[in-house]
Design a protein around this ligand. Structure first.
Ligand code: SIN
Ligand code: CO
Length: 383
C-alpha cells in the first residue's frame, strides 16, 4: 500500500497542510482495497467489545444508537450509516494503512474508524477535535468542508453534536482511493451517493485540561509534587490583602518548576499509551514458556497487537525506559537498544531480536509481553 499526496512529499504536506487547512488528495491510494466487507463490518458490530454506532434520519429527525447490533432490518435501504471505531484493534490488515501515515508519530495516532453508509447516509454537519484522513473505499461520497471560524454547535440528538449550515470551501465527490484530509475545527459533512465504505485514519491529542487532571492523579498516586511553595526572600508587605506581582510570579515559577522533562515524560508516557477502546487481549495471561517463544520465533515473527500503544522518549530511552499500554517498564540499560525495535516496528522477527535473545532478562520480558497478548504469533493464536 503506497500513499501519494498529490505528488507532495510528506514534509511538504506537514509544512503546508497539517493542522492548517484541508486537502483533497486524488488517488492517494491506487487500486485501494476495502479493509473489510459490509458483512464483516456488521459481524464486528455484533461484538460487545467493539465500539459501534448507527446514525440515521427518519422523518427529518436525527437518531444515533450504540452497538452491539444484531439486526439492520428496520433501517431500510437508504439514509443510514454504521460506524465502527478502532477497526485496527480487531483487524491486523489495518496496520498497513496506518503505516502509510507514519510520517506522523504513533503517539499522535488515535484509531482507524470505518463507516459504511447507504445512499443518503451520513452523520450530518459537524466539527471534530482531531485531524483525520478520510480514505474512500468502495462507493462514492460527496464531502463539503467549511472554513474554521465561529460555528454554532447544537445537539441534533443527545449523542450527535451538529454545526449549523456552513459555506463550503471544498465541495467534492470522493471516489475509491481518494482521500480527504481535515484538520481540527473545520466543519464538514459527508453524504453518500452510492453504498460506500470509508476508512478514517484519525489523530488526536489531549486537551491541556484533560492532561492536567490526569497529571494531578499521577502526582497523588506516586506521591510527587509534595514540596510546599516557599518564600524565604519575602519583602515587606504594605497591603495585607494583596498577592503582588512578585508573589504571583513566585507561585507560577514554583508550580511550573515541578513540570520538568522528567515528570512530564514519566506521566505522559503512561497517559499516552492508555487505550480508549478495548483491545483483543486474552482474558487470562497465556502460559507460553521462553523456550516456546524461541521455538516459534524460528518460524514466524512476533506481531504487535493492533491498537497496542507503546512509546519511548529520546530523553530516557538510553536508560531503558519504555511505556506500553499505560505502564512504564524499566529495562536493564544493556537492553535499551531493543526499545526502538519494539515501538517503531509492527513486527519483530528473529533477525531483529537476535542481539537480545541470548540475554535471559530480555527473553523473560518478551515472554511476559507475549503472555499478556501484547505481541503474538499468528499461528499460535489460530490454534
Ligand atoms: C463518517 O465517515 O460517516 C463520518 C466521518 C466524519 O466526518 O468524522
Ligand atoms: Co468528522
Amino acid at each position: 500500500m503506497q500513499l501519494d499526496i498529490n505528488g507532495l512529499s510528506p514534509a511538504a504536506f506537514l509544512a503546508q497542510y497539517w493542522q492548517k487547512k484541508p486537502l483533497v488528495i486524488r488517488q492517494g491510494f491506487k487500486h485501494f482495497q476495502d479493509l473489510v466487507t459490509p458483512e464483516e463490518l456488521a459481524g464486528l458490530a455484533m461484538d460487545e467489545l467493539v465500539e459501534s454506532r448507527r446514525v440515521y434520519q427518519q422523518a427529518g429527525q436525527w437518531h444515533a444508537e450504540f452497538g452491539p447490533f444484531d439486526s439492520y432490518e428496520t433501517l431500510g435501504e437508504r439514509d443510514w450509516t454504521l460506524i465502527v471505531q478502532a477497526l485496527n484493534n480487531w483487524l491486523p490488515d489495518a496496520e498497513a494503512l496506518i503505516q502509510c501515515f507514519d510520517f506522523i508519530p504513533r503517539w499522535r495516532f488515535d484509531d482507524v474508524m470505518v463507516s459504511y453508509a447507504t445512499p443518503g447516509g451520513g452523520v450530518g454537519p459537524h466539527i471534530d477535535l482531531y485531524d483525520v484522513f478520510i480514505c474512500q473505499g468502495s462507493g462514492r461520497r460527496r464531502w463539503r468542508v467549511g472554513d474554521r471560524g465561529p460555528h454554532r454547535e447544537f445537539a441534533a440528538h443527545p449523542a450527535l453534536l451538529h454545526t449549523e449550515a456552513f459555506e463550503p470551501i471544498i465541495d467534492v465527490e470522493l471516489l475509491p482511493g481518494d482521500i480527504l484530509y481535515i484538520p481540527p475545527g473545520f466543519p464538514h459533512d459527508g453524504i453518500t451517493l452510492e453504498e460506500s465504505l470509508s476508512f478514517s485514519v484519525g489523530y488526536r491529542t489531549a486537551s491541556a485540561k484533560d492532561m492536567v487532571g490526569a497529571l494531578a492523579d499521577h502526582l497523588a498516586e506516586h506521591d510527587l509534587g509534595a514540596q510546599q511553595i516557599e518564600d524565604p526572600d519575602r519583602a515587606l508587605s504594605t497591603r495585607s490583602g494583596c498577592v503582588d506581582d512578585r508573589d504571583l510570579t513566585r507561585l507560577r515559577t514554583q508550580l511550573t518548576a515541578m513540570l520538568n522533562d522528567e515528570l512530564v515524560s514519566e506521566f505522559s508516557g503512561r497517559y499516552l499509551t492508555q487505550s480508549k477502546c478495548a483491545l483483543d487481549l486474552p482474558d487470562e495471561p497465556l502460559e507460553i514458556s521462553s523456550d516456546e517463544v524461541l521455538f516459534w520465533l524460528d518460524k514466524q515473527p512476533l506481531i504487535r497487537l493492533g491498537g497496542l500503544r507503546c512509546l519511548y522518549f529520546d530523553l530516557t530511552v538510553a536508560k531503558g525506559t519504555v511505556f506500553i499500554h499505560g505502564e512504564r517498564y524499566q529495562l536493564p540499560v544493556a537492553l535499551a537498544g531493543l526499545i526502538p525495535a519494539l515501538c517503531d516496528m509492527s513486527q519483530l522477527d528473529k533477525a531483529t531480536l537476535a542481539p537480545w535473545l541470548t540475554d535471559a532478562a530480555a527473553l523473560t520480558q518478551l515472554t511476559e509481553w507475549v503472555n499478556l497478548g501484547y505481541w503474538y504469533f499468528e499461528e499460535l493464536s489460530e490454534e
